[in-house]
Design a protein around this ligand. Structure first.
Ligand SMILES: [Zn+2]
Length: 222
């Protein structure tokens, strides 16, 4: 269950990460050993995937508990926590409402950043209704502290980001929400790419855009 309740046990959270990894891998949102997944256990501790392992074949004992500075608190494995832990911690530090962070390498969304295109927030109504803008960060060397630095200005006002020439970062109150954002980003990116191949990209009419943004304020915020 990815939309875990607030009383979830550590094993429930471990199982949610295993399930989220399998779904993300099977939907080609993470390939090879790419991507990483974390959930907030309490005010001080985060459960996060280890480095160098396929997220499609995680087991319950693979994840590590770290504190908000990235120190290992407990582990059932001799693996190291994800090398991109600092990026996850940056989100948890800035956003008390966030309980799950998902970093993936979705093909079409990542392609947009390689092609130096902006994320198309205005071609499908559901994007305007539920997400709004998805900023593309500056380039940062993966697995360095640079990832945490480039996302810093955007974390407060967005629930989804694209890391230039790297991948996506989505987060929410549980893994279900983070995965829904990720799937939506990839879905619209693929449609946008296909429309560009056909030659025309139609935008949602401006008046309708304002309506959708107003609805988002009412139903999808807070
Ligand atoms: Zn990555």
């Amino acid at each position: 269950m990815l939309n875990f309740p607030s009383f979830a046990t550590e094993n429930d959270l471990r199982q949610a990460i295993v399930d989220c990894g399998r779904i993300s891998y099977e939907r080609h949102l993470m390939t090879s050993s790419d991507g990483n997944i974390s959930v907030r256990m309490n005010d001080a501790h985060i459960l996060i995937t280890p480095s160098g392992i396929s997220k499609g074949r995680l087991s319950m004992d693979d994840m590590l508990v770290v504190d908000l500075e990235g120190n290992i608190i407990s582990s059932r494995t001799d693996r190291k926590p994800s090398s991109e832990t600092p990026m996850h911690l940056e989100v948890y530090k800035q956003r008390e409402d966030v309980h799950a962070v998902l970093h993936a390498h979705p093909i079409f969304a990542t392609t947009l950043t390689v092609a130096d295109l902006e994320f198309p927030m205005d071609v499908l109504p559901e994007v305007l209704l539920t997400m709004g803008a998805v900023p593309v960060t500056n380039y940062a060397t993966p697995s360095s502290h640079e990832d945490a630095e480039v996302i810093r200005p955007f974390v407060k006002d967005h629930n989804a980001l694209l890391l230039r020439q790297h991948g996506s970062l989505t987060y929410g109150k549980n893994l279900d929400e983070a995965l829904i954002h990720l799937e939506r980003i990839e879905h619209v990116s693929e449609i946008y790419w296909r429309a560009k191949m056909l030659g025309t990209v139609k935008r949602v009419p401006l008046e309708a855009q304002a309506q959708l943004i107003a609805l988002r304020e009412k139903y999808f915020k807070g």
